[in-house]
Design a protein around this ligand. Structure first.
Ligand code: HEM
Length: 461
């Protein structure tokens, strides 16, 4: 393993969330597309080579998540799909997979359409008021939607949902997670007490757990009406585990942790990707105009309209724009695994059992070997079918591929597209923000150091 080139000491140890991506790029430039780095005392094998990534993501020995990242998540949000180990992970994944099938997504379209309709009203109030920071509104849209589809529409009646305090607790804890990953001493209770952080963190965790449990119990005890889901007519994610809660295969603690993880995994990624897409289109009016033409054909009338599952399949240019956005700003910039057996990759690298494995999605998506000299330029044509076919299938993996892929991929495409269709059909977006101003902060979900401000003008036809 030590034959793999890489920094002999420190590596990524102590790097700030702003430095992590540029540092990783420098190491790739210096050592090639695979290298051995360090996070504290842990060796981390890091790669952006699609063939090697394919082998890792499809190996049954690389399904385990790396402790130094995911243990922090499970300590804070609970142990759910994103963090759990086998055999628990495969059992829960089988139980929850049906909640993300196509037939369920059809039914979620009603919620997606209602929430985006309300969102348009809010956007109307921003017209003529100059450049705006839309991030919080977009996160809130995605949060409202993922919370409802996970626990049921009744959550909208809960005080913590109406006042946004539940979302703020998630936000605070997501920030705590990245701090504890980067600065491991902040995991120590005594240090947290000395810094005054112990109380707010434990209060936020207790509030989150109490609220989500209350919502689940409320849903389960009042779901007789079949149109609102339930054990015999599964609709929301919680409905899919109801029978298992009754027969003891699943505990309330399991249900709460899975709900926390699904909501956390879903809302920040979706909310951010909508903002990133609008930003790129605001920077490139030629692509925005082209997409507008595509939308105009399907939706000739301004205002709110119903977006159907079939419509979405017809919007090829939207698909290209969205993929190009997720290429340049992958909502999850890197993932970490740990191999449970020795593995040998096709290039001869032998990785001993227990090594941490880092897949750098951000650097993979910008590699000049795969995307050419203009790999950092926004160009939706990168996703023309011919161009896609010429590249290795693991050159583009915003949702990861292989055994432990994102369970919410289709959901994310649908919700993001419904929101983008309605926004881009009704408004023209512009910005003074320049591509060079983009600066990335590595979190579990990608964050921009400065949020681009966007101006909306109402379309006249
Ligand atoms: C643009 C939006 C999204 C992107 C780019 C994205 C990306 C990812 C990635 C890269 C992973 C793998 C993480 C890892 O291995 O560490 C993942 C896992 C996961 N995602 Fe997503 N995601 C998105 C939206 C969603 C949504 C909407 C949901 C649910 C509503 C969701 C639920 C999950 C869950 C539960 C996992 C863990 C799956 C498992 O380990 O079995 N994601 N996602």
């Amino acid at each position: 393993m030590l034959k793999v080139p890489g920094p002999k000491i420190l590596g990524h140890t102590g790097a700030s969330k702003r430095d992590l991506i540029p540092l990783t790029e420098r190491f790739f430039q210096k050592y090639g597309n695979e290298y051995l780095s360090w996070v504290g005392p842990f060796p981390v094998y890091i790669t952006r080579e699609p063939q090697l990534i394919q082998e890792i993501l499809n190996s049954p020995h690389c399904v385990k998540k790396s402790g130094f990242v995911y243990k922090v998540i499970s300590n804070i949000l609970g142990d759910g799909l994103m963090t759990s180990e086998n055999p628990k992970w495969s059992k829960h994944r089988k139980l929850l997979n049906p909640a993300f099938k196509q037939n369920i997504l059809f039914r979620f379209m009603t919620i997606f359409n209602t929430e985006t309709k309300n969102f348009l009203k809010l956007m109307d109030s921003y017209v003529g008021t100059g450049e705006k920071d839309l991030l919080t509104d977009l996160l809130s849209l995605a949060f409202r939607t993922t919370t409802q589809t996970t626990i049921g529409s009744k959550v909208t009646e809960h005080e913590a949902f109406k006042t946004n305090t539940l979302m703020h607790s998630f936000e605070y804890l997501q920030d705590t997670i990245i701090k504890q990953i980067l600065y491991p001493w902040l995991r120590n209770t005594q240090i947290l007490k000395l810094t005054g952080l112990h109380r707010p963190i434990s209060d936020a965790i207790s509030f989150l757990n109490k609220t989500v449990l209350e919502m689940i119990e409320d849903k389960i005890t009042t779901s007789d009406d079949v149109s609102k889901g339930g054990e015999n007519n599964p609709f929301f994610v919680v409905d899919h585990v109801m029978a298992h809660l009754k027969n003891g295969n699943f505990t309330y603690e399991n249900a709460k942790s899975e709900a926390n993880i699904i909501i956390a995994a879903g809302y920040e990624t979706v909310g951010s990707v909508i903002l990133f897409t609008l930003t790129f289109l605001a920077m490139h009016s030629e692509y925005q105009d082209r997409l507008y033409e595509e939308l105009l054909e399907l939706y000739p009338k301004l205002g709110d309209f119903e977006v159907t599952y079939d419509d979405i399949q017809k919007l090829d240019y939207l698909d290209r724009v969205l993929n190009e956005t997720m290429r340049l700003i992958p909502p999850v910039p890197a993932i970490f695994r740990q191999n449970t057996e020795d593995i040998k990759l096709s290039n001869g690298t032998l990785i001993p059992k227990g090594t941490h494995l880092g897949i750098c999605i951000f650097n993979l998506h910008r590699s000049e070997d795969l995307w050419g000299a203009k790999s950092s330029t926004f160009d939706p044509d990168n996703f023309l079918p011919d161009n896609v076919q010429q590249r290795h299938p693991y050159s583009f993996i915003p949702f990861v591929k292989g055994i432990r892929t994102c369970i919410g991929m289709r959901y994310a495409y649908m919700l993001t597209k419904v929101a983008l269709v309605k926004l881009l059909r009704n408004y023209k977006f512009s910005t003074k923000f320049r591509y060079e101003d983009l600066s990335f902060l590595m979190r579990v979900a990608m964050q921009l150091e400065k949020t681009p401000l966007l101006e909306l003008k109402k379309r006249s036809k």
